[in-house]
Design a binder for this molecule. Structure first.
Ligand SMILES: Cc1cc2nc3c(=O)[nH]c(=O)nc-3n(C[C@H](O)[C@H](O)[C@H](O)COP(=O)(O)OP(=O)(O)OC[C@H]3O[C@@H](n4cnc5c(N)ncnc54)[C@H](O)[C@@H]3O)c2cc1C
Length: 385
């Protein structure tokens, strides 16, 4: 077990740190202009989409260098700017798209001109995604799409959607699905907001009423969409950004406690149990980091993490909730304030916000129960329930 970088990895880490020292002062200038300037700097290095091949504007980094980049960005709290276009639509097009689709979409994904949303989940198809029912029927040069998607993040801002549709209802469910790219301005699309428990409009319902989608916007073969939807490049999946974030949060909480121990603004000073709880979270955060290292070391050896990636997602998402719970408890009554604008808000209400948002992370990207099922079957060898 040797956690040290090899000389080339150390050199790359030094390059990333230098870049962050030179270009990132701790936070971006407010507003869209700050983000656009930051994106431009990342585009110049291929670091908006570090895994993409260079010919498409990426940096063609291997998994270890992507890991180092992600770890250093997370340590510096420097934002990465990709979004769903970089993470999902782009890689799918690079592998399965036509030349026209690549020319049309990839440059705009990289420079942030176009926002993408993901139209996969439906009211009756979430964990069991292959049960999706939104229909696409071929009519001349178009598909005609009817149905409904749900939980579509960013659909209210998105210019394009990549979506899964049912083209052959008679086929076994994984084999009758087609992958389409849909212009969100197409007639017949209605986006309705859904508000989450933090009262934010992050996701939506999207309705399709006879929406015509050119067949040229199909990615891959008809009825092969399920397999196209699972395409990824050689991405690092260690979740290192999340676990570094845990350490940041715990350091901020500890600093806050140290600064406010005598003014009654935390419960830690008088409640030893909360102090012990904070230590437990710290130990867990260190365990989470080792789980991330395990995943990345498997990838570095060319192995594909399977239940190990599920364990890491399960553990770190539930740990995010536990840390937020400890933070809220530690702030005592101030922990009930969720508006950073309140003059009584402690730590700009960050623990309370994290407590509210944290609910979503054990659902999105595969629920905790689904991850546990994967670990049960593939990790422990338990029979299916
Ligand atoms: C913040 C957020 C953003 C999202 N953004 C998007 C998006 O942009 N695009 C998109 O397409 N989707 C998005 N989703 C949807 C997400 O993919 C689904 O919520 C997720 O797949 C779970 O599906 P579901 O909500 O239908 O729950 P269901 O699958 O109906 O599950 C309900 C409950 O039953 C449990 N359960 C289900 N099956 C099993 C089983 N076999 N064994 C044991 N327990 C089981 C689940 O764990 C869960 O507790 C988002 C979700 C969230 C929370």
């Amino acid at each position: 077990m040797d956690f040290r970088d090899t000389p080339p990895q150390a050199a790359f880490r030094a390059e990333v740190r230098q870049f962050l020292r030179d270009e990132f002062s701790g936070e971006l200038e407010p507003g869209a202009a700050g983000m656009a300037a930051w994106r431009k700097k990342l585009v110049a290095r291929g670091w908006v989409a570090p895994a993409w091949p260079k010919e498409y504007g990426g940096a063609a980094l291997g998994v270890m260098d992507q890991f180092i980049l992600n770890e250093e960005f997370a340590e510096a709290r420097a934002p990465q700017v990709g979004g769903l276009g970089v993470a999902m639509a782009g890689p799918t097009l690079i592998v399965h798209g036509t030349e026209e689709q690549k020319q049309q979409h990839l440059p705009r994904i990289l420079n942030g001109e176009v926002i993408w949303c993901q139209g996969f989940s439906e009211p009756g198809a979430g964990s069991d995604l292959a049960s999706l029912q939104t229909r696409a029927v071929r009519d001349g040069d178009d598909y005609v799409v009817n149905g409904q998607k749900i939980w579509t993040s960013m659909a209210q801002h998105a210019h394009w959607m990549f979506m899964l549709t049912r083209t052959d209802p008679a086929a076994p469910k994984h084999r009758g699905i087609t992958y389409l790219l849909v212009d969100m301005k197409s007639p017949g699309i209605t986006v309705r907001p859904l508000y989450n428990m933090a009262d934010r409009h992050d996701f939506n319902e999207v309705f399709f009423d006879n929406v015509r989608v050119p067949a040229a916007n199909r990615v891959g073969e008809e009825n092969m969409g399920w397999y196209i939807g699972t395409t990824t490049l050689d991405f690092e999946r260690s979740n290192i950004g999340t676990v570094v974030g845990h350490m940041h949060t715990l350091r901020s909480l500890s600093k806050y406690v140290a600064e406010h121990r005598d003014d009654g603004r935390t419960t830690v000073a008088w409640d030893r149990a909360v102090r012990m709880e904070l230590v437990d979270r710290y130990v867990e955060a260190r365990v989470g980091r080792l789980m991330s290292y395990r995943v990345i070391s498997m990838q570095a050896q060319g192995r594909v993490p399977n239940y190990e990636a599920s364990m890491t997602k399960l553990y770190s998402s539930e740990l995010t909730q536990r840390i937020a719970g400890t933070g809220v408890k530690l702030l005592g009554l101030y922990g009930q304030i969720s508006s950073s604008r309140s003059k009584h808000a402690a730590m700009k209400a960050r623990p309370t916000k994290q407590y509210l948002y944290g609910v979503a992370i054990t659902i999105g990207g595969g629920t905790s129960e689904i991850q546990r099922n994967i670990v049960a079957g593939r990790g422990l060898g338990l029979p299916h329930d």
